[in-house]
Design a protein around this ligand. Structure first.
Ligand code: COI
Length: 349
């Protein structure tokens, strides 16, 4: 299979003040695209960013056969550019594609697409310590047909956008016990568009009630924590880092995985297991110190200040010495080359 990527660069568009723009609103100058047809990938190319033309019959518009990834490139201390944990993102992308009956992307094509694109748009990688270039690989089903079927044609694309803090203040979240994000055997572990669209309604109700996000619970007992909005959920109770296991209903988060590895390395007690909201109530009521945070590529570490469980609100520990901030700092420092990358997570391009 041929994976040569043609590059058509456009005259430089000035990098504007991207810090004040909401997450994901400003694309960089170029994008990558490749078409899948007759069982093969064709026309792999980096081109100036432009709108797509799609037939109203296009399958993805009707049946949600879409998958995406979210990864980041960082400006290193020495001026080089680092795309963080490309292999893990690639692996998850293909697992999601498999679940959604979509063709795998060859590893070389995925890696080279990102390398070519990020190198060409390198000026868009923020130099600020809290900035990064958000990289969004995605695939959509493009066959023109409204009959319900697995598409025979696809478009694999990568777009980028400078990113800063996703959440600007500690979150207020609500334990969700009415609606569920996913159930055993469903698509909860896949990064497919429908998982996010389906979360909008419960999240909008939570917002109306004064919360930023929901903390999803399991579909059987509505009791065990799953994940939160765009992030995995993590807790620190009496210095033990606790996060739900990968049961198949939550996303195998790359930030989750990185924070767990860093915590273990630092000798912190880590428990990957079910955690119920009743356990949280017991901890709060007993006056124990509870940290809660979301972990995700876009959000990195998003502290949770308040958790509403039923009609009662509980306050979490968010002081600067909280464990979550120490883990976050280590992650930042690895990604920017301030401390050694002993895991082989960095990909200097
Ligand atoms: C990410 O953290 O990369 C995500 O995909 C979450 C969100 C921006 C959809």
């Amino acid at each position: 299979m041929e994976h040569t990527i043609s590059v058509t660069a456009q005259a430089e568009r000035k990098v504007t003040d991207t810090k004040s723009v909401p997450f994901g609103k400003v694309p960089t100058e170029h994008m990558f695209m490749a078409e899948y047809k007759n069982g093969q990938w064709h026309h792999a190319q980096v081109v100036p960013f432009h709108d797509l033309t799609l037939s109203p019959l296009t399958l993805c518009l009707h049946y949600g056969q879409t998958v995406f990834e979210g990864m980041k490139a960082f400006s290193m201390e020495d001026g080089s550019i680092n795309v963080f944990r490309m292999d893990k993102h690639y692996d998850r992308f293909n697992k999601s594609l498999h679940r959604m009956c979509m063709p795998p992307v060859p590893e070389k094509l995925f890696i080279n697409a990102i390398k070519e694109l990020v190198s060409l748009d390198a000026d868009w990688v923020p130099k600020d310590a809290d900035g990064s270039l958000y990289i969004r690989p995605f695939m959509i089903a493009t066959e023109d047909r409204i009959g319900v079927k697995v598409s025979d044609e696809y478009l694999f694309m990568v777009v980028c956008s400078p990113a800063f803090q996703y959440y600007t203040k500690p979150l207020r979240v609500k334990i969700e016990t009415t609606f569920v994000r996913s159930a055993a055997g469903g698509t909860g572990a896949a990064k497919c568009g429908g998982n996010y669209g389906g979360a909008f309604y419960p999240t909008s109700l939570a917002r109306e009630a004064g919360y930023d996000q929901v903390l999803w619970t399991d579909s059987v007992h509505n009791e065990f924590i799953e994940e939160s909005g765009t992030m995995n959920a993590m807790f620190v109770i009496d210095n033990v880092l606790i996060t739900p296991e990968l049961s198949g209903t939550i996303l195998d988060g790359v930030t989750r995985d990185s924070l767990l590895a860093i915590a273990r390395e630092k000798g912190i007690n880590v428990e990957v297991r079910q955690i119920s909201y009743n356990e949280l109530i017991d901890a709060f009521e007993a006056g124990r110190q509870v940290e809660a945070f979301g972990a995700g590529t876009a959000a990195v570490v998003a502290p949770i200040a308040t958790i509403a469980i039923g009609h009662k609100e509980y306050n979490c520990y968010t002081e600067p010495d909280a464990l979550m901030f120490r883990l976050q700092k280590e992650l930042y420092d690895i990604r920017r080359g301030i401390v050694p990358d002993t895991h082989g997570w960095n990909n200097i391009i």
